[in-house]
Design a protein around this ligand. Sequence first.
Ligand code: GA4
Length: 342
Amino acid sequence: MVVASSMMIRTKKTKAVGIPTIDLSMERAELSKQVVKACEEYGFFKVVNHSVGKEVISTLEEQGAEFFAKTAAEKHRAGPATPFGYGCRNIGPNGDMGDLEYLLLHTNPLNISDRSKTISNDPIKFSCAVNDYIESTRELACEILDLVGEGLRLQDKYSLSKLIRDVQSDSLLRINHYSQMVKPKSWDPSLMKGNSNSSIGFGEHSDPQILTILRSNNVGGLQISTHDGLWIPVPPDSNEFFVMVGDALQVLTNGRFTSVRHRALTNPLKSRMSMMYFAAPPLNWWITPLPKMVTPHNPTLYKPFTWAQYKQAAYSLRLGASRLDLFKLHQQQDSNLAPPSP
Ligand code: GA4
């Protein structure tokens, strides 16, 4: 079974509301409060005044653009993505498709230097660009997790960032490229209304990890879903980063934060490139609600599981599945969790 790929979007309800924007230079106590509030209300926010260097961003963007400008045959030398390497249209192992091509990399420097040989004609330049970007976005993720630790008044405010600082961390980097659509000869831009010429670039899902740090060029396409199921288009901002709560952070906070469901639509006129750092713990680490988040009034909602077990569940299901339901203590029946059809 295959999910819609070039399907035109007759979108359900969308809503024009402000995306929470958090200025990282503000006073610490207020800052940690705002971070917690945004994680609770949207599971999503934009950060400004971050400390990631402009050059670190532009160097990786150039390397990505250089790769995606290659011929299909050259790009396929870096694939197929199983799950790492170059992928085109296929997302994951269960038949999900999207109008995109991508590079998916493990953040371990040895894996990067190995992969770079099939990705770039100058593998050292490519791996340096990737490693610098990972280092900077990991720091940003740690800073945000420490703010969460402060805002939630955890006994050890570093307990969340420790999960992703470990050298064995299973964090990933993804670069997605959504080409502008090829128009029929008779295509007339004046006929275009709203999103009617867009297709699904990357279908609706939540990220399994703890936190995602996303940056894109100045082309729109990302949409997030609010808790009440409305789609909000996210105005692009190439200088700033967007932060998303992942499934693992939902569990660590015992459901106080909810992972944000999101999707990407293609733009009929411009190509979009996005880069995501997915912050994850080592494979054998346990994901279980933090002690502070469990009280007699708020008993634990999830069974304990290792990150490896959660990944295995994620890869056995479709992209859009509510995979956390499998780990809830009081499970509800959900047709969305059926194993993929053969
Ligand atoms: C979604 C978030 C990340 O992009 C990703 C994706 C992964 C993949 O593309 O290989 C998954 C998807 C993501 C969730 C469910 C599984 C795994 C495709 C898929 C169907 C790299 C990740 O970690 O999970």
